[in-house]
Design a protein around this ligand. Structure first.
Ligand code: CA
Length: 716
């Protein structure tokens, strides 16, 4: 039999010393797991076996527990943990990626979907791939130019881009295998999630429910990029005919012309897979618009919004669903991280799926059947009193559906009691570790709602949630905004312990058999906690706030912990300026730690920013200012921040040169002058008068007493 050198072996020889013989007697086929495993190719078997030397799938395993059996770093040794190497990603926006580590190489994505392959031992860059995304398309994203990472399968790395592409790269060289479009670009679809690969199919969803799309998730052949199946998460226009019986069934739960705005239900983040049951679980998002009274005027559950849906990974065929928030109207997505585990409940071992979605309840669901087992609120909630044990449905409070009601603070808000930041489950302690938060919101109906393709279509009056302008009320509100690391017992549905952080929007979680829980925080630290008691055992200053989740891996018997920093995402865009956390110099970075290491981060750049002169107040009426204020809150706030004071992630309009010039302002706001940098052209929905009123409002904020000192003082 002739010897065959595989493509992998050749690149392996060129790039680094390989541990094993790279010459095999037979060509390794992807379907031939035995041969493939001999050449370090990633297969279903490799992921299921979950060798702790790497981190092969987004949640480490298909069950997405994000728990590692490694324990060299443990409660006894963690004090010796130190920085071993760091790698600057050269970015200044949010980094949400979970690195993937395989065969000594770390794959991590940064802003605008650039993929970096790093030597996992030294941090040396092996290759870099820039998909050159269409940044104008990216302006249709709700929540920063972020991405949650890659997937690996066979000899390829898969990345999904904010402009809707799915790309296969050679894992050794970064050369492109294929690059396909997964969206209809007429609609404001974006992708921020990490693909998963199941049975040779790359699975990816998308986002855009805030702006107006019809959600779906698709499977592509890992070798060819050819679409294998697509599962729509909400029904389309009945006049076009339903794709399948499932859509026909779902359509019975909608009313009115729901399809006109797309319906929403985007599957933008979580998935899990049970190889034994052969079920793929998908977390489904909120509706378009948020306000159900507009979306589906005569009510209905609106399947599969805010649901966990189980499908067959080979065909996308529907198997079961559980809806967390029937008739969703608050942006309560069920896209949050899902974990599969076997729990002993009432003396019986049950195969469960667990989720802590935005709506504030922790759910334990039977993952074979979708049957409700239990749910309990893990933070204070005001929209429902409890989940009915018999029906598995929430019991809503009066007035929670805000249409026709006096606007009032509700908990949780659209940021959720828990957002995309991954949690973890430790089989050792039996606890789920949740990056939990309390971020209230004033929901109100938008009385002059008009749908515009490509812009925020919530049907809610975002200006009703504007922050107070006087110090005392501002301070009182700030005190209600909280974040914590919460250890939750899924069997008893009770907290085991919690560690209070300075505010919300902290990083994802990793737990290990070293009896440790690792989490980064908004206040620019990375810390380890005792998994049983919540006592903080170790802490490292990261300069920049952390939102991503850590991982761990092992090379030559040595355990490493890795985390990517980069302060960003929806909360940071809207609230990062007025609720400062101490995150400095937004340097996107990968940091790797090991016992006994003593490296330091590069010095922070000098903070020599000189504030420009405050623009002169425009001579406009109170009425114009109020109009500008409302238009700002409804259109600009989500990215440029409350009270026109941004975190600096994107320009702070108060100090922007264009604010001083009507002509420059208009050329950007209603002329699309910075569309290629990701600033949408608002010309379609904002007229020149409104644009000028917004400018007058921004200038009035720049001249107000509320500035850096005000917000910093509030922080203390
Ligand atoms: Ca949403």
């Amino acid at each position: 039999m002739h010897k065959t050198i595989t493509l992998l072996s050749m690149s392996c020889i060129f790039l680094f010393a390989c541990e094993r013989s790279e010459i095999s007697d037979t060509p390794p086929l992807i379907s031939d797991t035995k041969a493939a495993s001999q050449t370090h190719s990633v297969t279903a078997e490799t992921i299921i076996r979950a060798d702790s030397s790497g981190w092969l799938s987004h949640g480490r395993t298909y069950s997405e527990q994000r728990h590692s059996p490694l324990k060299e770093i443990n409660t006894e040794t963690v004090a010796e943990l130190g920085l071993f190497w760091s790698f600057d990603l050269g970015t200044s926006r949010g980094i949400e990626a979970t690195p993937i580590v395989h065969n000594g190489i770390m794959y991590v994505t940064s802003t605008w979907n650039i993929v970096h392959a790093l030597d996992a031992r030294t941090g040396k860059q092996l290759w870099r791939f820039d998909p050159v995304v269409d940044k104008e398309q990216a302006s249709k994203g709700c929540c920063d130019a972020v991405n949650r990472g890659v997937a690996i399968w066979g000899d390829a790395v898969f990345t999904a881009t904010i402009d809707g592409r799915l790309i296969s790269l050679n894992a050794q060289t970064g050369q492109k295998n294929w690059d396909i479009n997964t969206i209809d670009k007429f609609y404001p679809y974006t992708i921020t999630g990490a693909p998963r690969v199941v049975k040779g199919k790359v699975i990816i969803g998308n986002g855009g429910a805030e702006l107006g799309v019809r959600g779906y998730i698709s499977a592509y052949d890992a070798m060819t990029g050819e679409q294998v199946w697509r599962f729509f998460t909400v029904p389309g226009n009945p006049a076009d005919g339903f794709e399948n019986e499932t859509m026909e069934m779902a359509a019975k739960t909608w009313t009115g012309e729901y399809w006109a705005a797309g319906g929403g239900g985007t599957a933008w983040d979580s998935m899990a897979y049970d190889p034994e049951l052969d079920l793929l679980y998908i977390g489904v998002g909120n509706g378009t618009p948020w306000n159900q009274a507009i979306r589906s005027p005569d009510g209905g559950d609106n399947l599969f919004l805010s649901s966990i849906v189980a499908v067959r990974p080979d065909t996308g065929e529907y198997v079961w669903h559980y809806q967390t928030t029937p008739g969703e109207t608050w942006d309560y997505t069920a896209t949050q991280h899902m974990i599969l585990a076997d729990l002993k409940l009432a003396g019986e071992t049950r195969k469960v799926i667990m989720q802590a979605p935005k709506n504030g309840f922790f759910y334990v669901i039977d993952r074979e059947t979708g049957a409700f087992i239990s749910a309990k609120n893990f933070v204070p909630v005001t929209w429902a009193t409890h989940i009915d044990q018999t029906t598995g449905r929430p019991v809503e409070t009066e007035g929670a559906r805000y249409v026709g009601e006096t606007p009032a603070l509700q908990l949780p808000g659209p940021l959720g009691a828990h957002n995309w930041h991954p949690m973890s489950y430790s089989p050792d302690t039996g606890l789920v570790y949740i990056p939990a938060q309390e971020a209230p919101h004033v929901y109100a109906e938008q009385t002059d709602y008009k749908r515009t393709n490509g812009f925020w279509n919530t049907g809610t009056e975002l200006s009703a949630a504007a922050l107070p302008t006087d110090k005392a009320t501002f301070k009182a509100l700030k005190a209600m905004v909280k974040g914590r690391l919460l250890a939750w017992d899924p069997v008893t549905q009770k907290p085991a312990w919690s560690f209070e952080h300075g505010g919300p929007w902290n990083g994802g979680v990793l737990s290990t058999s070293g009896n440790l829980v690792f989490q980064g925080t908004a206040d620019a630290h990375f810390a380890a906690y005792d998994a049983l008691t919540g006592k903080r055992k170790w802490r490292f200053y990261t300069q920049t706030g952390v939102v991503a989740a850590p991982i761990t891996y092992q090379i030559d018997g040595e355990q490493f912990i890795a985390i990517a920093s980069g302060w960003g995402g929806s909360y940071v865009l809207s609230g990062g300026g007025v609720f400062p956390t101490g995150s400095k110099a937004n340097v996107g970075r990968v940091m790797v730690f090991k016992l006994g290491a003593k490296a330091t981060l590069p010095e922070l750049p000098d903070d020599n920013f000189i504030l420009p002169d405050t623009p002169k107040l425009l001579d406009v009426s109170e009425e114009v200012l109020a109009k500008g204020n409302r238009a700002y809150d409804n259109n600009c706030l989500v990215c440029h921040g409350f009270q026109a004071y941004s975190s600096g992630l994107i320009p702070n309009l108060r100090y922007s040169a264009i604010t001083n010039s009507e002509q420059a302002w208009n050329s950007v706001v209603v002329g699309g002058g910075l569309a290629e940098q990701g600033m949408p052209n608002f010309g379609k929905i904002i007229d020149d008068d409104t644009a000028e009123a917004i400018r007058a409002y921004v200038i009035s904020e720049a001249n107000s007493v509320r500035g850096q000192e005000f917000y910093q003082a509030i922080e203390n």
